[in-house]
Design a protein around this ligand. Structure first.
Ligand SMILES: [Zn+2]
Length: 595
């Protein structure tokens, strides 16, 4: 096991194949070509209402060509930026791409508006034509924004001003957070690296890391709070002008989820807050402390935490995928040839993600590998997104991407299969307990913590609308309260923790997004439960689901694998699985002689 293999240092992605020639010249060439198509398509302005099926199909095909060019340029610039956010040249290229793609999008805004203005029966007649199958669901669902669209000149102003408005604030936030360094025993480490210490089994290490993180969040806290306030107000303005009834309504519409189903999800999860509370009370006994504090929540319950090298972790994940479906494993294997950027470096964006890019190319995965067991599951998770994106490529640009509510299906599935594999490899009762506990905690983080974060967002968006600009103390108050609602008496929320909302990128970049993690996780667990019931006969249906991408509404996609999203008991089914995992963890703790 070499040092490089532990840190995955040499594992970098190759973005150049996105471009016709390397570097900025390649990006410019793509955008020049896109410009030509945009001018051609702009000639259709004022004629959309008169399109016949063939004319509409031709327009959508050219638009797809344009989206492919723009998507390549955007993905290159953005992905290149995420691996070194401190490099001014990469920032400048990204900004340049954004300005040019906005100019292109502005020329084509008429289409969305004219298409939305086409009467319903006429639209349905057009979409029933087989020539439009490649764009039908996309075009149908684009019309759901009808009541919320402004006039074309207003939409042009909104789009152009967003570049120096919302997007610029979001970028400033990203740069502020990426620049945070944490002083750990005299060493400057990334926020990501410091947060990884919270998994340490040693309480003093966790306490020290948490205090250092809190210290690192103090500089520029006012700036980050100001950015948050500005974006809360910006969203309130947008929602008012577009007639959205609540702060979350446009996110629900984007997710093709009804306000009622999201409300039902949030209430179902809140109703089971006893699950995290029961776990953290149990965890206090395992850790041998009276009551755990916020910084203890991620503590490893094992005595020692063994490190896993990149090559070892890779092997485990690919074996797990192969045990489920060799085709899926073959798809995943391709990612290890320049599609993954794995090492953690200063200036690199924290966390992990999969970028779909465009259907004519392949997806990329970004990780921050810290050689922990959980990194193996993160790799399995992001590869799940990756194979989903890859298998849905034949759907084309309009239907490759799933609705957000189903976006986590393949990732959670891949993670769950890998988890079973990892557990099967371990005989030692202590290690089994550690793995079960850490997986349970991931479930709790995804389902319960994200729901509590949704409650935080709900509180600050509404407070900003009702009471005006929020102080740092008020943000801290809402943060602590919504965490306490979930954790009850089981966990102490310390004073320092009150500023920890201030580095979370989702609140800034994708308001309202976080509930989709809980939604997607519970949905994916239900899909996994189908696999447990049906075994290998389930596999082809599952692959059909992945290949379908986003070509159908969420309920129809669910039906492919026999999941019924309209069932009112639906959420409880997933929550029952989480509770059973808690039971299994408690059982493992007994077998390990820890209770
Ligand atoms: Zn994911």
């Amino acid at each position: 096991m070499t040092a490089t293999d532990l840190t995955a240092d040499g594992v970098v992605w190759d973005l150049v194949p996105l471009l016709p020639e390397p570097g900025e010249a390649g990006v410019v060439a793509l955008l020049d070509d896109a410009d030509v198509i945009a001018r051609e398509l702009a000639g259709a302005r004022g004629t959309v209402a008169g399109f016949d099926p063939g004319g509409l199909a031709q327009f959508m095909q050219r638009l797809a060509d344009l989206e492919d060019l723009v998507g390549r340029a955007q993905n290159y610039a953005e992905l290149d930026f995420t691996t070194d956010t401190a490099d001014p040249a990469r920032g400048a290229l990204m900004q340049r791409v954004e300005e040019r793609t906005t100019a292109i999008a502005t020329q084509l805004l008429f289409f969305e508006l004219e298409w939305a203005a086409v009467p319903d029966d006429r639209a349905e007649t057009l979409l029933a034509d087989p020539q439009l199958a490649f764009a039908a669901h996309y075009l149908r669902s684009a019309r759901r924004y009808r009541p919320h669209l402004l006039s074309e000149p207003e939409e042009v102003v909104m789009t152009e001003k967003a570049v120096t408005g919302r997007s610029a604030w979001q970028r400033l936030f990203d740069e502020q957070v990426s620049a945070i360094t944490v002083d750990l025993d005299g060493n400057a480490v990334t926020l990501e690296g410091a947060l990884a210490r919270l998994h340490s089994p040693d309480r003093a290490v966790r306490q020290g890391a948490a205090a250092a993180v809190t210290d690192s969040l103090a500089p520029n806290l006012r700036t980050r709070a100001f950015i948050m306030n500005t974006l809360l107000a910006d969203k309130a303005t947008d929602d008012r002008m577009r007639h959205y009834g609540s702060w979350i309504a446009n996110r629900n519409l984007a997710n093709e989820a009804s306000d009622e189903s999201v409300q039902a999800l949030v209430e179902a999860v809140q109703f089971r807050y006893s699950i995290p509370q029961r776990w953290y009370a149990l965890k206090a006994r395992l850790l041998g402390i009276d009551r755990i504090a916020d910084y203890d929540r991620m503590a490893s319950v094992a005595d020692t935490e063994s490190q896993i090298s990149w090559s070892e972790g890779t092997g485990i994940v690919l074996d797990a995928y192969a045990s489920f479906s060799p085709e899926l494993a073959d798809t995943a294997r391709q990612f290890f040839d320049g599609w993954i950027d794995a090492g953690a470096r200063p200036g690199k964006r924290p966390g992990a993600f999969c970028a779909y890019t465009v259907p004519s190319h392949h997806p990329y995965v970004l990780l921050n590998w810290t050689s922990r067991q959980r990194d193996v599951l993160t790799l399995a998770h992001e590869l799940g997104h990756g194979v989903h994106a890859y298998l849905a490529r034949p759907q084309g640009i309009y239907h490759q991407t799933t609705p957000l509510t189903l976006a986590e299906t393949a990732s959670v599935f891949g993670e769950t299969v890998t988890f079973g594999r990892l557990l099967g490899m371990i005989d030692d009762p202590q290690e089994r307990l550690a793995l079960l506990a850490s997986n349970l905690e991931d479930q709790i983080a995804t389902v319960f913590r994200q729901t509590a974060m949704n409650r935080f967002e709900d509180a600050i968006h509404n407070a900003r609308r009702d009471e005006g600009e929020l102080s740092i103390e008020q943000f801290g108050e809402h943060w602590a309260r919504t965490q306490t609602d979930m954790l009850g008496e089981a966990v102490e929320i310390t004073e320092g923790y009150r500023t920890w909302w201030s580095y979370i990128p989702h609140f800034i970049g994708m308001p309202g997004y976080v509930y989709a993690y809980a939604y997607g996780q519970l949905l994916a667990l239900s899909v996994y439960a189908r696999y447990e019931e049906q075994g290998s006969e389930f596999v082809p249906r599952y692959l059909d689901l992945l290949r379908a991408g986003g070509s159908l509404p969420p309920e129809e996609l669910g039906k492919i694998v026999g999941v019924d999203l309209s069932d009112p008991q639906f959420w409880d089914r997933g929550l029952d699985i989480v509770e059973r995992r808690l039971d299994a963890t408690e059982q493992a703790a007994r077998e390990a002689g820890r209770l």
